[in-house]
Design a protein around this ligand. Sequence first.
Ligand code: PMP
Length: 394
Amino acid sequence: MTTHITLSKRALALTSSAIREILKVTERPEVVSFAGGLPSPATFPVERMREASNRVLTDAPHAALQYGPTEGFLPLREWVAAHLTRNGAEVSPGRVLITTGSQQGLDLLGKALIDEGSKVLVETPSYLGALQAFSLFQPNFVPMASDGQGIQTDALDADTLDGARFMYCLPNFQNPTGRRLPLERRKALVERAAGAGVPVVEDDPYGELYYSGAPLPSLLSFNPEGGVYMGSFSKVLAPGLRLGYVVAPEPLFAKLVQAKQASDLHTPSFSQRMVHAVIQDGFLDQHIPVIRDLYARQCALMMAALEKHFPAEAKWDRPEGGMFIWVTLPEGIDTGELLLKAIAQNVAFVPGAPFFAGNPMRNTLRLSFVTVPAEKIDAGMEVLGNLVKAEIAA
Ligand code: PMP
């Protein structure tokens, strides 16, 4: 018997990205992939997880395997609140919602804040996963002017801000550009948004991954009462845990909780308790510096390879943290086409176009470097550099 399936308009609007299909081949072992956005598995604290998991199953087996509150495991919410407070944004545990990865936070925010046609301000370019999550609710994306340092706060005029449901910002080591928003712009951004009554949604999975010096204050720290902040354990512990969090003011917080309840009741009790058992005694204070050192070393190898193999016409910034380098090639080069040529030579990257809500810059690309074996970086970048030189010469 055949079944007649009528898909919703929302489902019909969903598309699989062509690039995702192309990038499937990057899983082949012979491919040097600068494409995946995965954190390095070498940093996953497997033994700590094993111990913590045993401890949880010994000390609180029934609670760990039982349903729990939608808001999350209270000691973990308290840990998040204390962590953010230590970093300069005084937050109470009652405003912390534990989510199934911060990606779920994006979905819940879309559900709670976006109607069809709602104006949503996004960076140029922005995180593809957020554009996808928000798109399900059919917003009108309005790109904010951005430069090598991130959002150009001077361009945030009344027209741009007027009527926006929220502004989606990635101030630390942005995905895809690796950019960090300077201090003065952070202040100006929060002031201008607050002045126009536009909530700032800050997505910050990479904030702890600065390679040296000190972190810059979060956007939340300039408006702890009114800001929305999303954090994640994916880049500082392990992404397979699917653990993130959202901090939001009322009445948004209550709506996020209701939306989450409808979506998955709560984030797995076991993951929450295990992560709490791992981090409660300050483990991240020793662990994160190990991740920073590894990523800084990998980034230095990439910088050396870019200098050595890429032509002067290509432009890139030196990231101060995170997992990504953004490269801009001369206009006229389409990195989607370049990708096919690179894959034919067993090298992969992500073309920049899908990261743009508005007019895509097709001459851009994202390189992620934390999972590439150090000894393969130079050879992989040589292949890419030669392809770029050939495009320029063509
Ligand atoms: N936001 C940004 C900017 C990201 O790069 C990612 C992961 N790629 C996420 C959110 C989602 O992270 P997770 O759901 O694993 O917490």
